[in-house]
Design a protein around this ligand. Structure first.
Ligand code: NDP
Ligand code: GDR
Length: 344
């Protein structure tokens, strides 16, 4: 039986990856950090929280001794490092915490692998945020990096350390540069889930208006469940490498708002510009969406669109779910949860 560690099993990707590895017959050690009220709603929604092969263990990415003990206690062949301070917006307010968790945290794991067992295969959750200010499109493995947030800078450090441990110590360390991927399990602070949850609430009379920041930002959004399959494939091939996972389609935040409104049964028309822009339901004249500059970031990543050709050629990985279907799936899940009064 293969054994894997997933750091950040309580997060969106951690939950889907745990489900995938359990289906493949793995024994999975999923790590979470101690907080005053630990919450496993995602693995509960997936129905895997009581799976006999899923073991939940406390571990903090910033504590290297905790990483060494984790690997000593568990005979493991693969580690998927998904834990991070992953919210770009917060990274501007907490740049040092973000550097410690998202930047240095992965090096704690890489060092622990070097010390405990250099044969362990390592996956690093890298990000399209490393591309930042547009240098070329579509972005691929060879596009130059220019991160635009403390989060992007921290991830870029971890990415290069992963490449360096691969080249310096012959460790099987792969880096997946994943573009935005969403799902009903996405955290509510991220824009897609904020939008789908808010339209569900507006529909049910639980919210008046949705306030957002920059509607012009363009993102390449895929379905998270398909992206974790790509992570797994990266550790099954003969050689460690770096791969982009993306859909090669980009849309604005405004486009996603329109799709979500439609999925919730609203029409929407936009009026005004920049911070005065509003989205109005033409049938009722009601303002459904309003721009609030408090959600703007000090620096923005304007355009992301990824080229997943290498992943397709070398891993046989391809995205399948359209943005329309993904958005509708998220709106339906949020309608169900809000009707039951159980929305996380
Ligand atoms: P989430 O924010 O949903 O999950 C991150 C997890 O990391 C949470 O369970 C969080 O726990 C945990 N965590 C945070 N800090 C620590 C710490 N110090 N020690 C241990 N665990 C910690 O992220 P996603 O699932 O969306 O993303 C997974 C990874 O992929 C992240 O590294 C993210 O940066 C990266 N990524 C994500 C993309 C996306 O579009 N989703 C795209 C590209 C990269 P807690 O709940 O306690 O905060
Ligand atoms: P991102 O995702 O920063 O791309 O990082 P997020 O959903 O937070 O923002 C996407 C875009 O939407 C704009 N935006 C808003 N964003 C939020 N969160 N809230 C708002 O109200 C709002 N209004 C407009 C943002 O300015 C941005 O342009 C995600 C995370 O999952 C990272 O961990 C991951 O690495 C990248 O995707 C790829």
């Amino acid at each position: 039986m293969k054994t894997a560690i997933i750091t950040g099993v309580g997060g969106q990707d951690g939950a889907y990856l745990a489900q995938l590895l359990l289906e493949k017959g793995y024994r999975v050690y999923g790590t979470y950090r101690r907080t005053s009220s630990v919450n496993f709603w995602r693995i509960e929604e997936l129905g895997i929280d009581k799976h006999p092969n899923l073991h939940l263990v406390e571990h903090d990415l910033t504590d290297m001794s905790s990483s060494i003990r984790l690997m000593q206690n568990v005979g493991v062949s693969e580690i998927y490092n998904l834990a991070a301070q992953s919210f770009v917006g917060v990274s501007f307010d907490q740049p040092i915490t973000t550097a410690e968790i998202t930047g240095v945290g992965p090096v704690n794991l890489l060092e622990a692998i070097r010390i405990v067992n250099p044969k362990i295969r390592y996956y690093q959750a890298s990000t399209s945020e490393m591309f930042g200010l547009v240098q070329a499109v579509p972005q691929s493995e060879s596009t130059p990096f220019y991160p635009r947030s403390p989060y992007g800078v921290a991830k870029l450090y971890a990415h290069w350390m992963t490449v360096n441990y691969r080249e310096s110590y012959d460790i099987f360390a792969s880096s997946g540069i994943l573009f935005n991927h969403e799902s009903p399990l996405r955290g509510r602070e991220f824009v897609t889930r904020k939008i789908t949850d808010s339209f569900a609430k507006i529909k049910l009379g639980l919210l008046d208006v949705l306030e957002l920041g920059n509607l012009d930002a363009k993102r390449d959004w895929g379905f998270a469940k398909e992206y974790v399959e790509g992570m797994w494939r990266m550790l099954q091939v003969d050689e460690p490498d770096t791969y982009v996972l993306a859909t090669n389609r980009t849309e604005t935040v405004r486009d996603f708002v329109t799709l979500a409104a439609k999925a919730a049964g609203f029409e929407i028309e936009y009026k005004g510009k920049d911070e005065n822009e509003v989205g109005i339901d033409p049938n009722t004249g009601k303002v459904l969406v309003r721009v609030n500059p408090k959600f703007y970031r000090p620096a923005e990543v304007d355009l992301l669109i990824g080229d997943p050709a290498k992943a397709k050629a070398k891993l046989g990985w391809e995205p399948k779910t359209s943005l329309e279907d993904l958005c509708a799936m998220m709106v339906q899940a949020d309608l169900r949860r809000n009707e039951k009064g159980t929305s996380y």
